[in-house]
Structures are given as C-alpha cells and as structure tokens.
Write a protein that binds this ligand. Structure first.
Ligand code: BGC
Length: 813
C-alpha cells in the first residue's frame, strides 16, 4: 500500500500552498485575532498529475492551429521558430538581416526589442498584409520590474515577502507593455541565487525555493491573469530554465553542476510553480547542467518540463544560446541546432541558426518534419491564445506619464521592500531611526543620493531616469535648507587600483559612455566638512547598476565600489552619528559598516519612487517590514552562503570569532579567519516596533505516515501567537522553518515552509497558523522521487531564519 502511494506521490506536481487568511476573534481578548493559513483538500487532489493548461489546450484553439499548419510550407514553418532583435541589442552579435523582406515572406515568427505602436505596427502590417498566411509576429521584451513605471528590482520585491506586491508590479507592467505593442514579456526570472558574486541575483527572488515559488506564482498571475485572451494580459517567459543561478564561482554564463536531488529539491520548484500557474512560455538557459547545456537538454526540457509537469506552451532559447552551443563543443552549427530543437527548444532567439540550418536537415531526413511541426504548433497555440490573429495591432496612445496613481503604486511596493538591518542606540541620542525633529541639520552624502539612473536599477529597458525622484530631491523637499549635500566620491573610481578607474562601453546602439575619473580626495574632504556641520549624516552608498549589477556583471569582491568605503570611514571618523542607506542589487559585504555604523537600511535599487520610499522609512512615516531574501555574508569567501545548508559530520561550535584552542575546536567545519554565519541572515529585518513570539503549538504532534502520503492536508497545524510589544504599529513576516531529523537522504539544517505578513497595532496579538502536509514535509530520495518517511521534524517559528520558538512533529509508521 505504502509503496503504491509513494509512487503516486512521486508524480505529484508541486502547486505550493494556497493561502487563505481568516480572522477569528479570540475568546478572551477582543484584540486577539486568528490568522489561519490553510491549503484546501481540493488543491491537494489536483496535484497528483500534470494538468494541461486550459488556455493552451482548448479544442477550438487546436483546430485553428491544425488548419493553419496544414497550409504551411517548410520555410514558413521554420519562420515561426525564429526571433530577431530589430531594435537595441541585449546581447552580442545581433544579426543584420532585412526584416521587412523576411516578414513579407512569412519568415519572422517573433521579434524582440521592438517597442511602441509605430515600430511594432510597422512589422506587423507587413506580416499580416504581405505574407501569404497572415500569421502575426509575437513581440517579446524584457519587462523585468515594470515597463515604463519602474518599481524596485525583483530581489527587493522578494524582500517584501509579499506575493501581492509582485502581482501588482506584474499587472501594471503587463498593461503598459501591451499598450506598447508587447504581448510577451521575458519575466519572471525565478532562478534560485545563492551567490551574490553573480550579478543577476538582482533579477531573482533570492536563495530560497519556498519563497521563490510563492513569488513565481504571483508574477505569473499578475502578467497573465489566468486569461491570456484579455487585452491587457501578456504571456510570460519563465527564465532561465534551468539552474542558471548556480553558475560555478558566481561567474555569469558559467557551467552548473549538481546532483539530481539538489536540482529537483532546490532549483526546479520555482519554475514548476510558474508552469503550474499557467506560464505560457519558458526560456532555456545559457548554462550547462551536469555537462548538458540547458538549451539542448532533453532531460530538463522534455522529460521534466513537458512529461512530468505537463507544460504545453513553447520554449524560447536565451539570446543566441543555440548558436553558442557550438562553444560548448557539442557539435557544429547544424548538429547543435538539431540537438536544441529535438531537446525541446521551439524558438531560436537572435541566434539565426534555426533559420539557416534546419530546412536542409529536414529535407535530407536528418530531422523528422514532425519535430518542426510540434514546435510550430506550440508557438501558434500561444499566438492564438493571446488573440494576436484577431488583434494584431496596437493603437498609438498618449505618451507615457508617471501619473500620481502610478507613482503611488511604485511607492507602496518600494516602502515594503526596505530592510532595516541595524538600528542600535547611540549614546545620548537613542536609536537614530526614525529620524527625529531634533536633527536640525542633516548631511546627505554619497554617489547614490542623486544618481537617478542607478536608483532605477538594472534591466530597465524602457525606464526613464527623468521619472526618478532621488533621495536628494526628496530630502530637500522635506528639509529645505536644513539639508547639506555632498556627493563624496564617484561609484567607479578608486585609489586602490583594484576597482575601476574609468570605463567605456560602446554598444551598437549606445553612445560612448566614458566616465571621467573624479578627484575622490577632494570630494571626500568636502563631505567630511558638511558632516561636521550637521547633527546626523546619511550616507547613500551602493553599486552602479549600469556596470556592476545584472547580466554579465559578476564580481570577486562584494564591498562598496570605488572610494565609497574610504568615504564612509572618513565620515564615521568625524564622530557624527551616521545612518547608512545601501542602494544595491545584491547582498554586499557590510562587515565594517555593521561594526562602526549604528543604523543601516538596505534600500536596494528602488525605482522611480526611490527618494520618497527611503524618506518614508527614514522619517518613520512607514515602519520598515522587509526581510532579507538572501543571506548577507561577512566575507566574500563564504559564498555561496545560504541558510538551508546540509549538515556536516563535524559541525562548528563554540566561539568562531577566535582561533581554536584545542583539537575539538580546530577539526570542525569552520574558517580560520571568519565566522561561519551570515552577517545578516536570510529572513532578517528589524522594525521600529518589537514583536514577541509565544511558544508555538501543534494540534497533532504525531501523524501516521500513510495519511501524509495519501495527501491529508493539513496533517498537522502549527499555531503561534505573535504580539506587537512596542509602541507603534508594524508589519511582521512570520516565518516557519522545519528540519527533518532522520531521513534516508540528509536534509538541510533548516528549510522555510511557511510565511505570512501580519500587521499589528501596538499591544495587539494575532494567532498565525501554518498547515503541514506532504507538500511541506517531502524531500527527494536517492531515486530522486519525492517522499515522506517516518521521522521527527523540528519546527521553529519566528521573525528570521534564526527563529528559536520551537515545537516538533512525529511522522509514525
Ligand atoms: C538574457 C535574458 C533576456 C534576453 C533578451 C539575454 O541576454 O539572459 O534574460 O531575456 O537576453 O534580452
């Protein structure tokens, strides 16, 4: 019986929890509310086999696809499998074809980087009016954290731990993209990223599969609205499939290498969650996975994606990834194109290989035409589902304006993403934040304070720096002439010789962007001078989003770039109280700051409402509630650093900040020159109020294995009372972690398995309940199958991955 159930569950599709929040008055205290987070039994029942996406699988839609396919020549079919970049370049070696001619022949299935009614309509008119079969082009674009209205970067949105925030960002992004002729976005990026040396961590949801899956679902829902036919829905492209975030040594485009268990348990869940939420397309990745490139990998693309998860949309390659398979040395052009197509990559993004080498191989019998037909079917299905055949054009609307409504939406999300890392009391002043009116003169210092472009964040194709309200502009508005300002230094210069002295990047479409080398010593002296005249100094430091964040922006160091560290130390040396605002798209190494600066706010790259959102928190208009979605290291040498590590036979113990004193302290898993732990751990984030956690209670401390395997959900529920013991209202992200203490395959020392954002008035208590069942308790066994075994789970509930309030659950035979 058990074996049968095991096999059945092994085929389960992971849908993740559906959160239902119910507020129930407590018997004794009126103010006591109960928050129940539950997963319905019906959802569980739906999880046992891949469910076809109803939007891509209707009879009518398939009939239209088949009718069209019958009429297509081989060249027209292959035309559907190609995508060209006819605008700016977001990768190397853009092809130089005459797209008008190709479109007229029905040989341009898709285009990217063509934006706006005028440009998209131009090509669409050719495809619809001049080509024989009038098949519309599908235009795709990188809409990553908003289209015209730029929100905080995705890693920041992950710090809100608020799926509704992600959904709202996607929703507005979809509306604005669609108005610009874009029915398809290359988002969400759901790569698990555990190494901030990798610049693309900024685009991700951070290090955790549970949080990443919850956000992946929300992004898809916001873009697609469960209905691709709506005029303001866009199709998503979930990327970069698969495991792109695990690039060895954090170097972009590098290989990944991991066990199948790790692949399935850690890296795949967010993609699967997105597919289960109805994702219409998936983007195959640049990297190889255990020796097989992601863009020619039948195991990930066909076996897992299509057979196990039931994905019936189409797969587009990443930019040039098919042509680049030649660099992976797995064959010449025709061979790699065949491998990619047969593995399940339907569309060639800007590689110009499918368009040139597939037809002859079909004619010579090397590639069965049915393989081409299947790829065409999948692409046409999405085009029909989006109703592109019926509505191929877009009306030119009024020019974009960052209206008060759009600004309010951007600010609301940005407010939630701020993470207060530290707020220690300062002698005679108390906690520096929120800033009191006692601070008469405020010095604002740093290269990020007035840098509109860098405050927008990486990957803002259509964002406009003119829409950004900088910190300087906002603080000037609030403080008038009580504000003193000095830039302090540049972001990219530096005297140490290791950082960039100047950079020059000339893309085919961009002007030469040489950056002059500033005179840091002079500007640091000016900053020190204004700091000495002020009551408090706010330092706005971070990273250049143009040069140090995002794609192709890996780093071997994680400190502040240029002379910023020198600037920070010089201002701290004045003895004035310092508040550090970090504006960067990755966890930076903040060890010196954590030791010498009393207040640190992680503000990420906040988008157009950067200044107002940071000021909201600095002045206490908003109580910070963000929590870290990725661990912040003490030293770059700890990377990849993440909380859900698997155990070691020689765990470290004792005081790791000093040298070991005996063999027991020496021969353990530790560094000789640094502690093991994160400087600021996953889930960390302070508030202007305090939250206390009562002892968590579990309704069933023992549950029979067979019930868990049969999908009884919840098999047990963990409840905890959380109280706001401080003086102001605040939101807390309540987190539940588990550890499986005895499994056939060793399990992480902690894993997030539930979270809920709760808002509490001063003195208020809420009861938060987390359901536990197969979805939360399972792991992958040696056969890479999901299972639950008899064991005991230790369970912690609290406000970060350091949570200590504990209970347990036994799963018995
Ligand atoms: C990136 C993708 C992006 C594509 C199109 C690639 O270089 O890896 O994330 O969607 O370019 O711009």
């Amino acid at each position: 019986m058990c074996a049968e159930l095991l096999t059945r569950r092994a085929q389960t599709v992971y849908y993740g929890p559906v959160m239902k929040l119910t507020f129930v008055p407590h018997r004794r205290l009126n103010a006591l509310l109960t928050l129940i987070v539950c997963l319905s039994a019906a959802t569980i029942a739906a999880q046992t086999r891949p469910v076809p996406n109803p939007q891509l699988a209707s009879k009518e839609l398939n009939a239209r696809v088949e009718a069209l396919l019958k009429q297509m020549t081989l060249e027209e079919k292959i035309g559907q499998l190609v995508q060209y970049s006819a605008g700016f370049a977001t990768g190397p070696s853009a092809s130089n074809l005459t797209y008008d001619e190709l479109a007229a022949k029905g040989q341009v299935g898709s285009m990217l980087n063509v934006v706006g009614a005028e440009k998209t309509n131009h090509y669409q008119h050719i495809a619809m009016e001049k080509s024989r079969l009038h098949i519309p082009i599908i235009f795709g674009l990188d809409v990553i954290h908003g289209h015209r209205t730029i929100f905080p970067v995705p890693l920041a949105i992950a710090a809100s731990w608020d799926p509704e925030a992600a959904e709202a960002v996607a929703r507005l992004g979809a509306k604005e993209a669609r108005a610009d002729g874009i029915p398809w976005v290359f988002s969400p990026m759901v790569d698990i990223s555990r190494d901030p040396r990798w610049g693309r961590i900024v685009e991700s949801n951070g290090e955790d599969p549970y949080l990443g899956s919850a956000l992946a679902r929300a992004w898809v829902k916001g873009y697609q609205q469960d209905d691709l036919s709506k005029v303001d829905s866009v199709a998503v492209s979930v990327k970069h499939y698969a495991a792109y975030g695990a690039a060895i040594a954090g170097r972009d485009y590098n290989a990944t290498d991991m066990s199948e268990i790790t692949l399935r348990q850690v890296y795949l869940p967010p993609y699967q969650a997105a597919v289960a939420a109805g994702a219409a397309t998936v983007m195959s990745s640049f990297n190889s996975i255990n020796g097989v490139p992601g863009s020619a990998n039948p195991f990930t693309l066909t076996q897992i994606l299509r057979k196990e998860w039931g994905f019936d949309g189409f797969v587009v390659s990443d930019w040039g990834a098919i042509a680049e398979l030649r660099n992976h040395a797995i064959g010449d052009g025709p061979t790699v194109a065949r491998k990619a197509l047969e593995a399940g990559v339907d569309m060639d993004m800007e590689g110009n290989l499918y368009g040139t080498v597939i037809a002859s191989q079909v004619r010579s019998g090397k590639i069965p035409e049915s393989v081409v037909d299947d790829a065409v079917r999948r692409i046409l299905r999405v085009k029909f589902a989006l109703r592109l055949f019926d509505h191929p054009y877009v009306d030119a609307g009024p020019a974009y304006e960052a209206t008060p409504e759009r600004r309010a939406a951007a600010r609301k999300v940005a407010d939630e993403t701020m993470v207060l890392l530290k707020n220690d009391p300062v002698e005679a002043v108390g906690a520096l934040l929120p800033l009191t009116s006692k601070a008469k003169t405020v010095a604002l210092i740093g290269p990020m304070a007035d840098d509109a472009q860098d405050l927008l964040g990486a990957w803002t194709v259509t964002g406009n720096m003119k829409d950004v309200i900088t910190l300087k502009a906002e603080l000037q508005k609030r403080l008038g002439d009580r504000l003193l300002f000095a830039e302090g230094c540049g972001l990219l210069s530096g005297e140490d010789g290791k950082t960039l002295k100047s950079v020059s990047f000339t893309a085919s479409n961009a002007a030469d962007q040489s950056i002059p080398v500033p005179d840091d010593q002079k500007t640091i002296a000016q900053a020190v001078e204004i700091a000495t005249r002020s009551d408090v100094a706010i330092l706005a430091l971070g990273e250049s989003t143009n040069w140090m964040e995002g794609e192709a922006a890996s780093r071997t160091t994680l400190g502040f770039t240029g002379a910023q560290q020198q600037l920070l130390e010089a201002v701290v040396a004045t003895g004035k109280p310092v508040i550090l605002v970090v504006l960067a798209g990755r966890p930076l190494e903040l060890k010196w700051a954590a030791e010498h600066v009393p207040a640190i706010l992680e503000a990420w790259s906040p988008g157009i409402e950067a200044g107002p959102a940071v000021a909201d928190v600095l002045f206490g208009d908003v109580n910070p509630s963000g929590k870290l979605p990725a661990s912040f290291p003490r030293a770059v040498g700890q990377e990849p650093l993440y909380y859900a590590q698997t155990p070691t036979g020689r765990p470290a113990h004792g005081d790791l900040s000093r040298m070991p004193r005996n063999a027991a302290e020496k021969f353990v898993s530790r560094y000789m020159d640094e502690e093991n732990s994160a400087l600021f751990p996953f889930g960390w984030g302070l508030s202007y109020t305090r939250f206390s956690y009562a002892q968590p209670a579990i309704d069933h401390s023992e549950v029979p294995l067979r019930e868990v395997l049969a999908g009884r959900h919840p098999a047990a529920t963990v409840g905890v009372d959380v109280t706001n013991t401080g003086g102001v209202a605040g939101a807390e992200v309540v987190q539940l972690y588990i550890r499986n203490t005895s499994a056939s395959v060793e399990q992480p020392v902690r894993e997030l398995k539930g979270f809920a954002r709760v808002t509490l008035a001063p003195g208020e208590t809420k009861h938060v309940a987390f359901p536990l069942g197969f979805d939360e308790l399972n792991f992958y066994n040696v056969d890479a199958k999901r299972t639950v075994e008899p064991t005991t789970y230790t369970i912690w509930v609290g406000g970060s991955s350091l949570a200590t309030a504990e209970t347990s659950l036994k799963v018995v035979e």
